[in-house]
Design a protein around this ligand. Structure first.
Ligand code: NAP
Ligand code: MG
Length: 402
């Protein structure tokens, strides 16, 4: 059989257990079937350190050039990692660096299998969370106040105009916070969400607290509404999908009663909290994919989980692990499908879909990694496999289907 040919995508290697799994997926599930054409960037921590993190920037720029990338989980260094890897500096998160270059929004979607039942009984289809990943409380300036005094909000425009308001006359100690967001960032958040809804043909929900936050949250609501009406309404109508705005508390109630099958766009903090709630309720972080979509059409796929450090330390001791490779496999299939769609490469799209189907069929047949076996409520008795045996079972199923 001839291998499937493809145009170039950006490949970003990573760290620890996921780096090991990355290579196995390529060797066992991709390279035998596809002439993998990638521009390789090693975002493993040692190489980021060697290049003074230039490699993360280069990878981000490369995604702009080729429009599709796939990324392995990477370590975000903290003090302990600086010591462990003898780093020159506490390098920033590569995800943050790449997000800043692409100006994108992150969409997280659970992968459903019949034997893992969502904690919310009504959920039948995935709920995708779109989290605005810029500003608000994550870029806030805060004071702890320990004595009485007057707190004011002051804005001095470039042209000299001054806006000033009293926040509170403190008669005692307290806390104070100033936060911001930018029209440009909210606009690209909106466009990324509308584009992703069109792309996946799903309804888009957006929620804020605009009744209470009459300038801040209201601005988010108005910018979304304006862009939707001017640029997207006709496309949504043509596809039969809807854009729906509601208050965050109403959204929470509706989400819990829903069947799923839509995208829920959230402000930065709401998205942080709600994505953990939704992913936990769907079952497992190991079954959650993540894609960064930029408003001008670049896509970066990855697993939502990290480098699974605890398993890696066991692997280094010579133990075999039962680490779930599904989200990493789906990061690859997501990128290959997108490459295929952009280029009209039907064979590549079909291959990626077949690999996804084969992976899920193996789980449904009762063969799975330990994390899934622990939650399994399916009819067949679960058999716990090591990562390598699980990937080998997927390979067999894939070959049978090709
Ligand atoms: P993690 O790697 O997601 O793992 C946390 C725990 O979740 C694991 O110890 C494991 O539980 C379970 N788990 C996660 N993925 C799994 C999988 N595929 N199969 C089976 N179990 C899985 O998060 P972390 O331990 O907080 O972070 C580890 C490193 O990853 C950190 O250095 C962090 O900076 C980095 N990180 C990177 C990204 C990214 O690149 N996008 C995201 C998050 C974290 P048990 O040990 O109980 O089996
Ligand atoms: Mg969180």
């Amino acid at each position: 059989m001839d291998k499937i040919k493809m145009n170039k995508i950006v490949e970003m290697d990573g760290d620890e257990m996921t780096r090991i799994i990355w290579q196995t997926i390529k060797d066992e599930l991709l390279s035998p079937f596809v002439e993998l054409n990638t521009e390789y960037y090693d975002l493993g921590l040692p190489h980021r350190d060697e290049t003074n993190d230039q490699v993360s920037i280069d990878a981000g720029e490369a995604i702009k050039k080729y429009h599709v990338g796939v990324k392995c989980a990477t370590i975000t260094p903290n003090a302990q990692r600086v010591e462990e890897y003898h780093l020159k500096e506490m390098w920033k998160s590569p995800n943050g660096t790449i997000r800043a270059i692409l100006d994108g929004t992150v969409f997280r979607t659970p992968i459903l299998v019949s034997g893992v039942k969502p904690a919310v009984r009504s959920w039948e289809q995935p709920i995708t969370i779109a989290r605005h990943a810029y500003g608000d409380v994550y870029k806030a300036t805060e004071f702890r106040l320990t004595k009485p005094g007057k707190a004011e909000l002051l804005f001095t425009a470039e042209d000299g105009e001054v806006k000033r308001a009293t926040i509170y006359d403190f008669e005692c100690g307290g806390v104070l916070q100033g936060m911001y967001n930018k029209d440009t960032s909210i606009e690209s958040f909106a466009r990324s969400c509308f584009n992703f809804a069109i792309e996946t043909k799903q309804d888009l929900w957006f929620s804020t607290k605009d009744t209470i936050s009459k300038q801040y949250d209201q601005t988010f609501k108005l910018i979304f509404e304006d862009i939707f009406n001017r640029e997207y309404k006709a496309k949504f109508d043509a596809l039969g999908i809807t854009y729906f705005y509601t208050l965050i508390d109403d959204a929470v109630a509706r989400v819990i009663r829903s069947k799923g099958g839509y995208i829920w766009a959230c402000k930065n903090y709401d998205g942080d909290v709600m994505s953990d709630m939704v992913s936990t309720a769907f079952g497992s972080l190991a079954m959650m994919t993540s894609v960064l979509v930029s408003p001008d059409g670049n896509f970066e796929y990855e697993a939502a989980h990290g480098t699974v450090t605890r398993h890696y330390y066991r692997y280094l001791q010579g133990e075999t692990t039962s680490t779930n490779p599904i989200a990493t496999i789906f990061a690859w299939t997501g990128a290959l499908k997108k490459r295929g769609e952009l280029d009209g490469n039907a064979a590549l799209v079909r291959f990626a879909e077949t690999l996804e189907d084969a992976s899920l069929a193996v789980i449904e047949s009762g063969k799975m990694t330990k994390d899934l076996a622990l939650m399994w409520q399916g009819d067949v008795k679960p058999e716990t496999l090591t990562t390598d045996d699980f990937i080998a079972a997927i390979r067999k199923e894939l070959e049978a289907r090709i």
